[in-house]
Ligand binder design. Structure first.
Ligand SMILES: Cc1cc2nc3c(=O)[nH]c(=O)nc-3n(C[C@H](O)[C@H](O)[C@H](O)COP(=O)(O)OP(=O)(O)OC[C@H]3O[C@@H](n4cnc5c(N)ncnc54)[C@H](O)[C@@H]3O)c2cc1C
Ligand code: SF4
Length: 471
């Protein structure tokens, strides 16, 4: 990455400090005290808010009873990605956001950190705790080893299938390994979770892109069913002049480099991030934590319409990231082949567009030049439609694979899960999809009666509100 005006490189110790865990592991006494605050609610709203329906009061009760392996079993039985979800989940808007304590203006139970306290000793040490059905003689392929693929693979293994996961990259884990901010989830922890699934008996074939290194027809012929869990592709272009200039990078590509080796990443002194979603926030905070003097997020709508979560916004502001609202890029400017600035235009908000939000419109004559040394594009990821087009009968709409309630595509043998279906959600949604697909495949091959009672929860878009507790 050629940057004309790079930030002063930080020492390895400073990088480690800047990227250290923002929600560190709980000490035992802290966890027991927190678990004892739980009211073990009936029809618990925290469980209803979890896309994987983890029985939260049950696992917290087991922690309170010092039964940590039992607590981990409750979590992993519902969600095999329990360890990464404990770190990456937006708990503020899911389980913790639904905790009854919020109605009392008291802090909600720290469910995410308790979940980490329970799952770490099991997942990171590879201790097998879940029941496994005997082999049923059928083989299933999973394409992609992100949380959606890993959850599907592990659940299929539990149901007795021989499972092979094909992964295009050199390491498993998908965005858990190459996307989530390192101060939430480390590479070692993401890889340990994938290793846990391998230890359950799942085979991994790395460096193998399905549709290129191995044909769709071969996968189709060799397996009883296939799960597509390929996520999304490269960062989408901004569609402005100068995007190929040195110093212009995509957010997901930049973040992958940070996850692979932050010491090898050069950031500019003055960085501009275009977009205000959660990925933009991650790119901005990571650039700041790697030594950039000034990081500015440009967003074409106003603060009110920003797509990132409120707590992510607060985190970026705490890191010193500056937000420039109602501003859109027009052209990347260069000097001697490297970024020297971004020509921008001021925007105003018009009538609502198809998304229901006010449409941003450029203000004529308001162009101005924003001096910077690096531009990080973060206005979405491309869809991997080349693969979808090779699967007979599969239907995609707007780049999202169309599935039924069992995650089955238009081709009955092919299922799809995670971001390639949703267009981009969270780790926990991909994990829930993976489990649902495993059960869907089991139902297709062995009938309804074969599906165990431990069914995944319904696909709720929003948890139902829960009445306040009578304290
Ligand atoms: C920068 C960033 C930060 C995020 N932060 C959070 C967060 O803090 N919390 C949260 O809950 N969610 C977060 N998310 C969202 C979350 O990471 C995704 O929703 C989740 O990883 C989706 O899982 P998946 O299995 O569908 O896809 P992915 O995790 O993207 O995995 C897909 C895998 O498929 C592989 N693949 C692709 N094509 C092929 C092929 N043809 N053959 C074989 N393998 C293939 C890819 O290499 C990849 O490993 C973030 C996303 C991004 C981009
Ligand atoms: S809502 Fe809060 S108090 Fe009630 S069971 Fe869940 S975590 Fe415990």
């Amino acid at each position: 990455m050629g940057i004309a005006n790079p930030a002063i490189p930080l020492s390895p110790e400073q990088i480690a400090k800047n990227l250290a865990d923002i929600a560190p592991a709980m000490l035992a006494e802290e966890a027991y005290a927190e678990a004892s605050r739980c009211l073990f609610c009936y029809d618990a709203p925290c469980t209803r808010a979890c896309p994987t329906s983890i029985n939260v009061p049950e696992f917290i009760k087991r922690i309170a009873a010092r039964n940590i392996v039992g607590a981990a079993t409750t979590i992993l039985d519902a969600n095999l990605m329990g360890a990464s979800c404990a770190r990456a989940c937006p708990t503020e808007v899911l389980c913790e956001g639904a905790c009854v304590y919020n109605h009392e203006k008291a802090p909600p139970i720290q469910i995410g950190r308790l979940q980490r306290f329970a799952t770490d000793p099991v997942v990171l040490s590879g201790k097998m705790v879940l029941s496994m059905a005997p082999p049923n003689g059928k083989k299933v392929a999973v394409v992609g080893s992100g949380p959606g693929g890993l959850a599907a693979a592990g659940e299929l293994r539990r149901l007795g299938y021989a499972v092979t996961v094909y992964e295009a990259k050199d390491q498993p884990g998908g965005l858990n390994t190459f996307g989530i901010a390192p101060y939430k989830l480390t590479n070692a922890d993401a890889l340990a979770e994938a290793e846990y699934v391998r230890k359950m008996g799942v085979e991994f074939v790395l460096n193998t892109r399905v549709g290129k290194d191995i044909s769709i027809d071969k996968v189709n012929d060799d397996y009883a069913a296939v799960v597509i869990a390929i996520g999304l592709g490269a960062t989408a272009p901004l569609g402005i002049t100068g995007e190929s200039i040195d110093g212009v990078v995509g957010a997901t590509e930049f973040i992958e480099q940070v996850r692979r080796d932050p010491a090898k990443v050069t950031v500019g002194k003055r960085v501009v991030v275009v977009g205000a979603g959660n990925t933009a926030i991650d790119a901005a905070t990571e650039a700041k934590r790697l030594g950039a003097d000034q990081v500015t997020i440009l967003y074409r709508r106003s603060e009110k319409e920003k797509p990132c979560y409120e707590y992510e916004y607060m985190l970026a502001k705490k890191d010193g990231v500056v937000f420039q609202w109602l501003t859109a890029p027009v052209q990347v400017q260069a000097q001697r082949g490297a970024v020297s600035g971004l020509k921008c235009v001021k925007m105003k908000l018009g009538k609502p567009d198809a998304s229901g939000r006010p449409a941003p419109e450029p203000i004529a004559g308001s162009e101005f030049n924003f001096a910077c040394d690096m531009v990080i594009k973060s206005t979405g990821q491309q869809k991997l439609i080349e693969l979808y087009r090779q699967v007979k009968g599969l239907v995609e709409r707007g780049g999202k694979v169309q599935v039924n309630e069992s995650m089955q595509t238009g081709n009955p043998k092919w299922f799809a899960v995670g971001d390639c279906v949703s267009g981009g959600k969270e780790v926990v949604n991909a994990a829930a999809d993976g489990k649902r697909a495993a059960y869907g495949i089991h139902r297709m091959l062995f009938g309804d009666a074969a599906v165990p009672v431990r069914k995944p929860g319904p696909r709720l878009e929003k948890p139902a509100p829960h009445p306040p507790m009578p304290f």
